[in-house]
Design a protein around this ligand. Structure first.
Ligand SMILES: Cc1ncc(COP(=O)(O)O)c(C=O)c1O
Length: 309
């Protein structure tokens, strides 16, 4: 990750170094925040944000769940104001920006779990991320099955990107990297394949594309949603269905989807090759189509693109 110049904090653009919180900030101690990860792409009409409105809506849904009110410097922030603030921050940071991370969090200094009345802050940070899973994964990512389970819908709002919930993802990611893999797939509390640490998962098996449904305690990824639609538009049959470890191990193709990782084909899981161990034709075709869509080359999907200028 490369840092940028300005961070939007509570209504103002401040220098990167000046975007600070207190060590007793509630969010730092108890994970009380909601965040998003959003990609910026270069298109023939200039820089553009992919599915900005869907990301902002998911963040607002998370804030509603957590009981956060968004008012900074006497101004209330709703859907339109947040979209405008994100665009303003991208504009202020120049051409290298490819990833935006808005975060709403309890910044007030407080000891104790009661979140009611603790002051809320919002920060919007832009970075240059590049290839999230590293250059090595371009030839196919290696996965392990994590010993950590994806937290269940009953342990927290699995459909919201709540900061504290990411502890499990960081434990699973550490486990993967320590074993020489780039990602970990997490099973849910009943042992079905749920998702990876920051990506949803798709498999291609017996001529159909399969992915776990929202009821399997996954984050309802915006890239996942895009790929379901794009793959159907390309003529593939896509089914949201429970996936067992056996189905995963015997799939012809596997790929992950996420804003940071984009479409990342998987060629090895738990030291077993996926299919013939090479990136397959379905993932390749979908990846190419997705790339054209996010870079503004496919008019049918223009509504997913928000131009910065
Ligand atoms: C746990 C988890 N699953 C899946 C995803 C993919 O979601 P999206 O495509 O909206 O980035 C993410 C990334 O935000 C994530 O953190």
């Amino acid at each position: 990750m490369d840092k940028t110049e300005k961070i939007w904090l509570n209504g103002k653009l401040v220098n990167w170094e000046d975007a600070k919180v207190h060590v007793l900030a509630h969010a730092l101690n108890y994970g009380t925040g909601v965040f998003e990860g959003i990609r910026v792409y270069h298109t023939p009409k200039g820089p553009a944000i992919f599915r900005l409105k869907d990301h902002v809506q998911r963040m607002l849904d998370g804030c509603k769940m957590m009981g956060f009110d968004l008012e900074f410097d006497g101004k209330k922030y709703g859907f339109e104001e947040i979209c405008a603030a994100i665009k303003e921050t991208v504009r202020a940071n120049g051409d290298a920006v490819d990833y935006v991370k808005p975060c709403v969090f309890l910044s007030g200094e407080e000891v104790g779990l009661n979140p009611i009345g603790v002051p809320v802050s919002m920060a919007i940070t832009c970075v240059h991320m590049g290839n999230y899973l590293g250059e090595g994964s371009k030839a196919g990512a290696k996965l392990i099955t994590s010993s950590w389970h994806r937290p269940d819908n009953l342990c927290g709002p699995a459909g919201a990107k709540v900061n504290g919930a990411y502890i499990t993802s960081t434990l699973a990611k550490r486990e993967a990297v320590r074993q020489g893999a780039s990602e970990a797939v997490m099973l849910n509390s009943v042992g079905h394949v749920a998702e990876c640490t920051g990506e949803n998962i798709f498999i291609y098996r017996h001529g159909r594309i399969l992915t776990p449904p929202a009821s399997e305690s996954i984050l309802e990824g915006i890239t996942r949603n895009s790929i379901i639609q794009v793959a159907r538009d390309m003529g593939y049959e896509v089914v949201e269905i429970e996936i067992s470890r056996f189905m995963l191990a015997s799939a012809t193709e596997v790929w992950m989807t996420g804003t940071a990782a984009e479409i990342a084909p998987v060629t090895c899981i738990d030291n077993r090759p996926v299919g013939n161990g090479e990136i397959g034709p379905v993932a390749t075709a979908i990846h190419a189509r997705f790339h054209d869509i996010v870079t503004g080359k496919v008019p049918e999907y223009e509504s997913w693109i928000d131009y910065i200028n």
